[in-house]
Write a protein that binds this ligand. Structure first.
Ligand SMILES: Cc1cc2nc3c(=O)[nH]c(=O)nc-3n(C[C@H](O)[C@H](O)[C@H](O)COP(=O)(O)OP(=O)(O)OC[C@H]3O[C@@H](n4cnc5c(N)ncnc54)[C@H](O)[C@@H]3O)c2cc1C
Length: 460
């Protein structure tokens, strides 16, 4: 996945994915899955409509694959979820709970790190400053400081500690200790929830059925409430627009047996911050209708963002500039339109036509002046309601010393500062053909081995 960084090729990181995974997936290729790791991976509830998604994919030449095996990059599948026993297998639940009583582990909740402490003479990190319940503390590192505050807050903490672009730090009055391109290179996955289809038959995962299954979920953690917000299937395709390597998909298809309208606009719309007028134009008129959608997700955007400090105050949230759909060739928009066209082909398949699937004909607010379903219309719609899926990476980019964009080396060590590593999604140099939760665990697992090997210990 990080094929350009030594030690981080697919073959080299696979063991770390496997180490963390405790999979129960029914149709998995178990050469590429593990069953006894900490992180629960399971099937979730599937409506009958996901079967139509799989059949439609096959009609269009996409085989039914295990998308987490490298055997085939393109195909369709039911979704594999980080879930155990019908509940989310979060990083805390999977990795921390089982070991929380270890005598050599302290877990501090409500502790907010404000700065990395760096010895100006030795140029080595030796601890962190943090605030907890109104009091300031210093924690001193026995061997080194491992920063794992995520793609937004790791770069923020580095910059607050004087590690970042010199001119930017100086603007804010932060003395620059090490001039590095921290916060540049923000890669993200955009998706589009605005292409949806109506049906004549009631087989979607609609709100009524979800609500009526609360007792089933409480009793044995099964049923529609185990679904990932309605996501039931995943597909990977390569559009004709793609300039990516041959084996690399450019669009992920996220099949949902429902739409933004299925919860009457009370939850998903708010989570995705869809404006009222946009929601009212497309979705409100089809409340109570049978419907489904596929969110096309742009896997390898050409538009790259950045992150800046708002101020030198650690409690001020950093400023994020996604720069979405700004690449000079408009390749990102054209790829998404090609993705929408593929989604329409899925609706036109025999598998979906048996349910009378057809495009929701309501034009989106702000785009009504354009011919409905033209490329111009979809570009307008894409620019109106594309949303992030929060797969941000790259703001403390891993790369070799000759890479001017690199912040950490392949051992996750920050260039120019001793005893300081970063181990989270911020080090992943570019957007992946995958979501980022499992990769963040992989980075953690590999970091643990790197650190143990570096210090010549088998455990801490
Ligand atoms: C709403 C949402 C939905 C998502 N859904 C999916 C999904 O379905 N599938 C998927 O694969 N990925 C998903 N992701 C992405 C995935 O969750 C992230 O990529 C992953 O959690 C990143 O891991 P990380 O360790 O890099 O950072 P994080 O998980 O963000 O961990 C960083 C931690 O550092 C803590 N922290 C930050 N600053 C400080 C500070 N100053 N002091 C102390 N602690 C601090 C934070 O509280 C946090 O606990 C989703 C993300 C979001 C936001």
């Amino acid at each position: 996945m990080l094929r350009f960084v030594s030690g981080w090729s697919y073959e080299e990181v696979l063991p770390y994915y496997l180490k963390s995974e405790g999979s129960r997936i029914r149709n998995a290729d178990y050469r590429y899955h593990n069953t006894d790791g900490y992180l629960g991976v399971d099937d979730v509830y599937q409506s009958p409509l996901v079967e139509a998604f799989i059949r439609a994919g096959e009609e269009l030449g996409l085989p039914h694959i295990d998308y987490n095996s490298p055997v085939n990059s393109f195909g369709v599948s039911t979704v594999q979820a980080t879930v155990r026993g019908g509940k989310r297998s979060s990083a805390a639940r999977a990795f921390l709970w089982p070991i929380r009583d270890r005598p050599n582990l302290d877990i501090l909740t409500s502790a907010f790190v404000t700065k990395i402490l760096i010895d100006q003479d030795t140029r080595e990190a030796y601890g962190v400053k943090f605030k907890r319940l109104g009091k300031l503390y210093k924690a001193l590192a026995k061997r080194e400081v491992i920063l794992s505050a995520g793609t937004f807050n790791s770069p923020q903490l580095l910059m607050l500690s004087g590690i970042g672009p010199k001119h930017h730090l100086e603007e804010l009055g932060i003395p620059c200790f090490q001039d590095l391109p921290v916060g540049q290179n923000l890669h993200d996955h955009l998706t589009f929830p605005g292409v949806s289809f109506l049906m004549d038959q009631d087989i979607d995962l609609d709100n009524q059925r979800v609500l009526s299954n609360i007792s089933r979920y409480i009793e044995d953690s099964t049923g529609p409430l185990t679904s990932l917000g309605g996501v039931e299937g995943i597909g990977y395709i390569k559009t004709p627009i793609s300039t990516n390597p041959q084996d690399q998909p450019d669009i992920e298809l996220i099949f949902v047996g429902a739409t933004l309208a299925s919860d009457y606009g009370v939850a998903t719309r708010l989570g995705m911050r869809i404006r009222d007028d946009v929601y009212d134009s497309v979705f409100r008129p089809v409340h109570d209708r049978n419907q489904w959608t596929i969110f096309p997700m742009l896997l390898h955007p050409k538009s790259i963002g950045w992150l800046r400090l708002r101020s030198a105050n650690p409690y001020d949230r950093p400023l994020l500039y996604g720069n979405y759909y700004t690449d000079p060739g408009n390749e990102d928009v054209r790829t998404m339109i090609a993705g929408i066209r593929f989604v329409q082909m899925i609706s036109d398949s025999a598998a979906f036509q048996r349910y009378g699937s057809r495009l929701n004909p309501r034009p989106m607010e702000g785009c009504q002046h354009l011919p409905f379903d033209s490329d111009q219309y979809w570009e307008c719609a894409l620019r109106s309601v594309s949303v992030t899926l929060h797969h941000q990476v790259g703001t403390a980019k891993m790369g070799p010393p000759e890479d001017p964009g690199a912040v950490v080396n392949n051992l996750l060590q920050v260039y120019g500062v001793g005893r300081l590593r970063v181990a989270d999604c911020s080090v992943i140099p570019k957007a992946l053909s995958a979501h980022t939760n499992a990769p963040s665990s992989m980075v953690g697992e590999k970091a643990a081995d790197i650190i143990k090997e570096y210090w010549g210990v088998t455990s801490f």
